[in-house]
Ligand binder design. Structure first.
Ligand SMILES: [Zn+2]
Ligand SMILES: [Zn+2]
Length: 271
């Protein structure tokens, strides 16, 4: 791979776009918290740890772990190389593959590695769980090992598996911006589905309102922070495929507990 001094390598451009998206959207959520503009959608109390206390660890992870990992994938020819445009169909198929792949890789690391009782503290997943998913940028407030396993690898491994996205700047910027928004939103404490969630009745309109509410709900990851052993998939924007297959989705766990007909708390119904 040849590097030109006038054009930065693509991984650097994509990383920079991701930083702008992540911290721009993060500041927007902070502004919402400060001004209470959309307070009616805020479902959890504001994080007790101030924003500026969360920020350094987030920046450390993004600069020291994410950036070199993206460089490694480009220099190894696994991503960010190839045609300058991959086409709309390839882009849609790649995004679909990345979404499913992200769910699988993240679920495996999150549920079966990070939440192992003997590894929870040692690998530092407890650091992320010391937050309450009510400050957007806490999405990346985690130990280095946790950040690698739950943020970096679920992004880069599926990207490499779907062909690396070529050198298509628009595709890569869209992917990282969408990913950043999803993580920030589900950790923001806001749930914009509240206006639609209560739609009742069997009409098409009510059904569509409930479907829209499910799609834009941030509840799944909030339930993970609150209960600890449900909804291991990434919440907003995720297919929650693995949570559905392994019956760990927060609403499935509650239903299963009810069926048992005992007084066991819903959150204790799974391992
Ligand atoms: Zn967790
Ligand atoms: Zn979280």
């Amino acid at each position: 791979m040849q590097l030109s001094l006038s054009t930065p390598p693509l991984f650097l451009t994509v990383w920079a776009a991701q930083m702008i998206a992540y911290h721009g959207i993060g500041l927007w959520f902070l502004w919402l918290d400060r001004t209470r503009r959309l307070a009616r959608f805020k479902t959890r109390p504001v994080e007790r740890r101030p924003y500026v206390e969360i920020l350094p660890r987030v920046l450390f992870n993004q600069i020291v772990i994410l950036l070199p990992a993206m460089a490694l994938f480009q220099f190894a020819g696994l991503a960010f190389v190839g045609p300058a445009h991959i086409g709309l169909v390839a882009a849609i198929l790649s995004l679909a593959g990345m979404s499913i792949g992200h769910d699988v890789v993240q679920y495996i690391f999150h549920r079966w590695l990070m939440h192992r009782p003997d590894l929870m503290n040692r690998l530092g997943h407890s650091v992320h769980h010391s937050t309450t998913a009510s400050c957007s940028i806490s999405a990346c407030y985690m130990s280095a090992a946790d950040f690698l396993a739950e943020i970096v690898l679920p992004y880069l491994i599926p990207l490499a598996l779907v062909g690396g996205g070529g050198a298509d700047v628009a595709f890569h910027v869209f992917a990282v911006t969408a990913g950043a928004f999803g993580g920030l939103y589900e950790h923001s404490g806001y749930d914009f589905s509240l206006t639609h969630a209560g739609a009742e009745g069997a009409s098409v309109r009510a059904w569509m309102a409930r479907a829209a509410a499910t799609m834009i709900s941030s509840r799944a990851h909030a339930e993970h922070h609150a209960r600890g052993n449900v909804s291991f998939s990434d919440g907003f924007g995720s297919s929650s495929l693995c949570d559905t297959i392994f019956r760990t989705r927060w609403d499935l766990v509650r239903a299963r507990a009810r069926r048992r007909g005992n007084n066991e708390p819903a959150s204790e119904a799974t391992t």
